[in-house]
Write a protein that binds this ligand. Structure first.
Ligand code: NAI
Length: 339
């Protein structure tokens, strides 16, 4: 059976603990993976490396697939987010984040099934910030034809491939007429090639109101960078929180899988974080490898893992964020028991 090399970045805060839990489950499922461990961010700095070491970038370029834990970014000072740098350096232009209700997780709504497709390389994350004069600072929002077009294409291709019915763009083109204006113009252009998929636009403030009133009316949300970041956490809150929302950052030939959540410093080192979001991201990764490289048994293992965690959740074997009393490693064991 193939044993594929995959880069593993454990990350900071809860990262190393949830990563160990995920590795245990993957090994128990029978999916053989040769993990190539690399560092970024704080953990790289602690070893005397750069914040985004060449050895990490080179390994991801070589193996083309990585599983990444969350990385801490200093707030209001210090180094630029390594998450943002990594996405830009590797041109991982689309973040794909499925947000689904889970049986056994009590929330206000059932039947939520939204996929966020977030532009990952520009917008207000361009990192261009200047002091104009003392007391006056500015941040530049960047939008390009190329990035707006390719993310819209990604959303519609994804919709067709997964048999989804509708793509909704949230925007603020009434205020940001150039940048968000370009985003919706390109989305409209691309939508014309997909007459089988409904296309909808909504000003983001009204969209947020509608999503918390009835999220089941949405299917795929196509969003520029910052809106995608905000809506990911908002939607996570609709299905049980950040512990249950996976994600992937996908370019043309490279993919980095990571949960939506951050390094959760408030619960780091306590073995109470939910490893499920990273485990779900890993399931996405196994399916990606099965689809793109024909490693079919990875898809079988992914299916087994998904069934096992669903069963664990339905039976109330969960971590504290979902109302249970299991620790991080104990939840991994509960999944393994049900494989
Ligand atoms: P966060 O996502 O780390 O935490 C927000 C809240 O959710 C906290 O109360 C935390 O305990 C809880 N939470 C998050 N993940 C959880 C899990 N797996 N199980 C149970 N509870 C969980 O966001 P926060 O606190 O705003 O950011 C912390 C750090 O993470 C910052 O440095 C931020 O820049 C970084 N970050 C990194 C990301 C990445 O690596 N992709 C994404 C988001 C934030």
């Amino acid at each position: 059976m193939s044993k594929r090399k995959v880069v593993l970045i454990a990350g900071d805060g809860i990262g190393p603990n949830i990563t160990i839990a995920v590795q245990k489950v993957v090994a128990a499922s029978g999916a053989e993976i040769d993990w190539v461990e690399r560092k970024v961010g704080l953990s790289a700095l602690e070893e005397g490396l750069d914040v985004l070491p060449d050895s990490t970038i080179d390994a991801i370029k070589e193996h083309r697939v990585a599983l990444k834990g969350p990385c801490t970014t200093p707030i209001g000072e210090g180094f630029t987010s390594v998450n943002v740098q990594l996405r830009k350096t590797l041109d991982l232009y689309s973040a794909v984040r499925p947000i689904r209700s889970l049986n056994g997780v009590k929330t206000r709504f059932s039947g939520v099934d939204i996929v966020i497709i977030r532009e990952n390389t520009e917008g207000l994350y361009s990192g261009v910030e200047n002091t104009i004069s003392p007391g006056v600072v500015m941040s530049m929002k960047v939008a390009t034809d190329k990035a707006c077009t390719r993310i819209a294409e990604k959303a519609f291709k994804y919709a067709r491939m997964r048999d989804r019915k509708k793509v909704t763009v949230f925007h603020k083109a009434n205020i940001m007429k150039l940048t968000d204006g370009l985003f919706i113009r390109k989305s409209r252009e691309v939508s014309q090639q997909y007459s089988d998929i409904e296309y909808q636009e909504m000003i983001i403030d009204a969209g947020c109101m509608k999503i918390v009133q009835d999220p089941t009316q949405f299917d795929i949300l196509l969003l520029e960078n910052l809106y995608g970041d905000l809506l990911s956490d908002l939607c996570a809150g609709l299905v049980g929180g950040l512990g249950v929302v996976p994600g992937s950052n996908i370019g043309d030939n490279i993919a980095v899988f990571e949960a939506v959540h951050g390094s959760a410093p408030d619960i780091a080192g306590k073995n109470i974080a939910n490893p499920l979001a990273l485990l779900m991201s890993c399931v996405m990764m196994l399916n990606y490898l099965a689809d793109n490289e024909g490693i079919e048994y990875y898809a079988e293992c992914a299916g087994k893992i998904r069934k096992a965690y669903n069963k664990a959740i339905e039976q109330g074997a969960t971590t504290r964020d979902l109302g249970g009393d299991l620790g991080t490693q104990e939840f991994a064991d509960a999944v393994i028991e049900r494989l």
